[in-house]
Design a binder for this molecule. Structure first.
Ligand SMILES: Nc1ncnc2c1ncn2[C@@H]1O[C@H](COP(=O)(O)OP(=O)(O)OP(=O)(O)O)[C@@H](O)[C@H]1O
Ligand SMILES: [Mg+2]
Length: 509
């Protein structure tokens, strides 16, 4: 092994009721790309927060050795001063500030008299953008950028702090394949410059591609550290879940019944730019017991279709008709959509899915409070019992349903979102990227839940950027490209090549 840049010894971290890390040992060689794998809630993010001083020295047990010293960081500033920079699981840029302002936030370029030197700021930002391969003007507002580009701004910001050890917590979870590839290439090129990286990811193919070393954590303990030459996806999975996972998808015998949902000629325009069509004359059907996949690249209009159908784009121009069991329904607002039997579990847990300062119990009951009413008030005991039932059946890792959802790991937050919509008991449930940021074991659990919903006669629409997943669980798929349906077929006819071709089909111009 090369020289060790970091060694965390015997790290133990407890939260009220949860031992997140228990005597973890973790060593990283200088200049390597070191991946951390583990199930949702295994303790990956916590370990990195201990390292970077988010959890200050004194709030955990154990020792951190870094570049030859024992370090005791009190906060992020301390760790940054030593060249350790963490990019968190949820992006943390300020949308209304420019790229350059974000890069140098709290680290402003000052000129004579202590005033911010905007020429220098923008000039240096431009140089950093060039280094990360982002062709944007430094004065562009971050809100104008897609997630892929925002991630590059985060890295530019890290580079501005003269990073030596870069920590990326699920950097590609929200990125499309192209942006992910670009990001991974960038991390590889940073390695050439001598920068060490620690990357947390649930995408095992990605890890196999870039990591020099992989450490697997399970239930707050280090299972093993594997060298590149010995890394296989199966070995990582086995370490993560503690057993072999023979099938990635559970068996599913479809029992398909009558038509539930029919959407005819659905057209929607961009909320900020009413001249831009984002959903173009889409017609689909979903039958009882059926799992319908919608395949499409990022930007194809899948989420816009689902959101506009679910009343989220109230006020934007929408045309088309929606029928439930043959009867026309209105879905212009979220509450209309819910009361007409639709549910939409969003890809964006933070903005639409959860109230992070509220507990698990209320987040699950939120869309169904009417059901829990007794003499005009929410029946607390019933609400608690319902939430507890979901905590068990969905295997949500939390000591109690009174825990705040903001404290849960990413994957467990996703399970709360799903519980909420399943409890609302819709006829048709739309799941938008239901397994984003979810570990392989929990993915299997979620597929099983989707199958159970179908077996109970529900219609399920699944939107997923992972084509193998979509083809693994659906009964029928639609392909969407540039807002239009470019093809539809039963799963037996859906080869990945064929679907991919439909997904990338351009409009005749
Ligand atoms: N601030 C906190 N307060 C209480 N419990 C917490 C807090 N942060 C994390 N936990 C708990 O500690 C455990 C480890 O969480 P952590 O976020 O490190 O998991 P993770 O491995 O990053 O998971 P994921 O893949 O889902 O992001 C979980 O059980 C989580 O609920
Ligand atoms: Mg995490």
């Amino acid at each position: 092994m090369t020289e060790t840049i970091l060694e965390m010894r015997g790290i133990t971290k407890t939260f009220p009721g949860v031992k997140a890390l228990s005597n973890v040992n973790f060593a990283v060689g200088r200049g390597e790309i070191h991946a951390i794998c583990g199930e949702n809630g295994a303790g990956k993010s916590t370990l990195m927060k201990v390292l970077s001083g988010v959890y200050p020295h004194g709030t955990y047990d154990g020792e951190i050795h870094y570049a030859g010293d024992v370090v005791e960081f009190k906060n992020l500033r301390d760790s940054e001063a030593r060249g350790i920079v963490i990019i968190h699981q949820e992006l943390a840029l300020s949308p209304y500030l420019s790229i350059a302002e974000n890069i140098f936030l709290n680290n402003e370029r000052k000129g004579a008299g202590g005033l911010i030197d905007w020429n220098q700021t923008n000039f240096q930002a431009a140089a950093l953008l060039k280094r990360v391969g982002l062709r944007e003007n430094p004065t562009t507002k971050v809100s104008q950028l897609g997630v892929g580009k925002q991630q590059l701004v985060e890295i530019a910001k890290a580079l501005s702090k003269e990073v030596k050890l870069l920590i990326l917590d699920e950097p590609t979870a929200a990125l499309n394949d192209e942006d992910s590839d670009h990001l991974l290439e960038l991390i590889l090129s940073l390695r050439e410059e001598g920068i060490t990286s620690i990357i947390i990811s649930h995408k095992l193919n990605e890890i196999k591609k870039v990591a020099d070393t992989v450490t697997v954590i399970r239930d707050g303990k280090t299972i093993e550290t594997i060298a590149k030459s010995d890394v296989t996806e199966d070995r990582i999975i086995k370490d993560m879940v503690g057993r072999d996972l023979e099938h990635r998808y559970p068996d599913h015998e479809p029992q398909i019944g009558d038509e539930l949902l029919r959407v005819e000629n659905w057209t929607a325009y961009h909320p900020q730019d009413p001249s831009r069509v984002v959903v173009d004359d889409v017609s689909i059907t979903v039958r009882s017991g059926e799992i319908v996949g919608i395949a499409g690249l990022m930007g194809a209009g899948r989420t816009e279709f689902a959101m506009s159908l679910f009343g989220h784009s109230y006020g934007t121009r929408i045309s088309g008709k929606v029928f439930m069991r043959g009867k026309e329904i209105r879905t212009r607002t979220v509450s209309e959509a819910i009361s007409n039997g639709l549910a939409y579990a969003t890809e964006d847990r933070k903005t639409y899915g959860l109230n992070l300062i509220d507990d698990i119990k209320r987040n699950i009951s939120m869309a169904s409070l009417k059901k829990l009413e007794k003499a005009g008030l929410v029946d607390d005991n019933e609400e608690f019992a319902v939430a507890n039932q979901y905590r068990k059946s969905m295997n949500i890792k939390a000591p109690t349903v009174l825990a705040k959802t903001g404290k849960l790991s990413g994957g467990n937050q996703q399970k709360v979102v799903l519980s909420k919509w399943i409890y609302s008991d819709p006829e048709v449930l739309i799941l938008d990227e239901p397994t984003r940021g979810i570990d392989v074991g929990a993915k299997y659990e979620i597929y099983t839940i989707i199958n159970k919903l179908a077996a109970a006669g529900k219609g399920v629409i699944v939107i997923s950027s992972e084509l193998p997943e979509l083809l693994g669980i659906s009964d029928r798929v639609y392909a969407l490209s540039e807002g239009r349906i470019t093809g539809e077929m039963p799963i037996g006819e859906a080869t990945p090549e064929h679907v991919l071709k439909l997904m990338t089909m351009e409009k005749p111009r």
